[in-house]
Design a protein around this ligand. Structure first.
Ligand code: ATP
Ligand code: BTN
Length: 329
């Protein structure tokens, strides 16, 4: 596309003036055509200054769009295509509709803002504009429904790798689907799927990942201020959202395709286990029929949490409808 060729040229000489004539010659179009494309780029958020009688100058711009994510991607499947939405109810809901309507394996649905971002059991995931990366990946894997839970575990490791790669600090994982930094929640993962009843095979799966990148404490609603955090709040590093989305998709492909999920289960579970942050501690296990105190021991080869109850029994917990709460010290 001519527009992005102009952008590439300006980007190669960021901060310098490139004449309209040079851009027109290079691309074999008129100066007026160049000017029209510049206007369009400006409307996408690129800060391009028009210097009278000289040309155009691109200033550093942080644009969050399908183009900006895609141009950073070096994947075969994941993120092909990227569908970018300024606003949506939930990227998981959107991706599930794509799943039902023939959407492509690997499609990534990314939103700048979700009006009804959701967590497990229809809980709300706050997804304000400008501060986080909210995305869902549509997969059409040849898997049994019993493998679905492992995708969530794998994804928690993908998120930890991504945060570490971009800001140098490795977060921790709270079994099963949350990623924490310094004891507060940074990211939530929600995997949903559609199953073919006869065979128990997955028809499609949607892996939703919401990461807080830049909020400061006051940006979170009162009720989650004490439990939620962002990469910026904990590390002072301000990650570009397009960088984060692209590296996340890249890492997801590495674990899911390059390393052949689920055959790589033992290796990502090993990383998952190393990242878990409450092993050895006393926790509260909250289920539908009440709660009890136990000590978190380990996870088993299926990713179930092994806990020792007060009367000395060992229970293996499936995530299902169970929540884990840290004991107040
Ligand atoms: P568990 O998964 O063990 O049940 P959880 O309390 O984290 O624990 P989830 O369903 O995983 O529950 O996540 C939803 C919860 O996350 C919400 O109830 C809210 O407390 C919290 N939350 C909502 N939005 C955000 C956000 N942007 N960042 C961090 N936490 C959030
Ligand atoms: C949780 O904390 O329990 C999971 C939160 C998952 C949030 C992500 S944001 C992108 C995708 N769309 C949603 O509505 N939820 C997931």
């Amino acid at each position: 596309m001519i527009k992005y060729k102009i952008l590439d040229t300006l980007r190669q000489r960021e901060g310098m003036v490139v004449s309209g004539g040079e851009l027109a010659n290079r691309l074999g179009v008129s100066r007026t055509a160049v000017w029209k494309q510049i206007l369009s780029l400006q409307s996408e958020g690129y800060q391009i200054e028009s210097v009278p009688n000289k040309g155009y100058r691109l200033q550093k711009s942080e644009v969050y769009s399908a183009y900006e994510i895609t141009r950073r991607l070096n994947t075969q499947i994941i993120g092909h295509p990227v569908i970018f939405l300024e606003e949506v109810d939930s990227t998981n809901t959107y991706a599930k509709k794509l799943g039902t309507n023939g959407g492509e394996n690997g499609t990534a649905v990314v939103a700048a803002h979700q009006t009804s971002g959701k967590g497990r059991m229809e809980r709300k995931f706050e997804s304000p504009e400008g501060d986080g990366v909210y995305l869902s990946i549509l997969l059409r894997p040849k898997l049994q429904v019993s493998d679905i839970n492992s995708i969530t575990l794998m994804t928690a490791v993908v998120v930890s790798d991504t945060v570490e790669e971009l800001c140098g600090v490795r977060p921790s994982i709270k079994w099963t689907n949350d990623v924490y930094l310094n004891g507060k929640k940074l990211c939530g993962i929600l995997t949903e799927c559609s199953i073919e009843g006869e065979s128990g095979m997955v028809e499609y799966a949607v892996v939703g990942i919401g990461t807080n990148l830049r909020q400061v404490s006051g940006d979170f609603p009162e009720e989650i201020r004490d439990i939620a955090t962002s990469v910026f709040q904990e590390t002072g590093v301000r990650i570009d959202r397009a960088d984060y989305a692209a590296v996340l998709l890249q890492n997801f492909e590495r674990y899911f395709y390059t390393q052949h999920f689920p055959q790589n289960k033992a290796s990502f579970l090993e990383r998952y286990r190393n990242d878990l942050f409450f092993l050895g501690q006393e926790i509260t296990v909250v289920g539908l029929n009440g709660q009890y105190t136990a000590v978190a021991l380990d996870i088993d080869g299926e990713g179930r949490l092994l806990v020792r109850t007060e009367d000395g029994r060992t229970n293996a917990l499936n995530s299902g409808e169970i929540s884990i709460r840290m004991k107040e010290k």
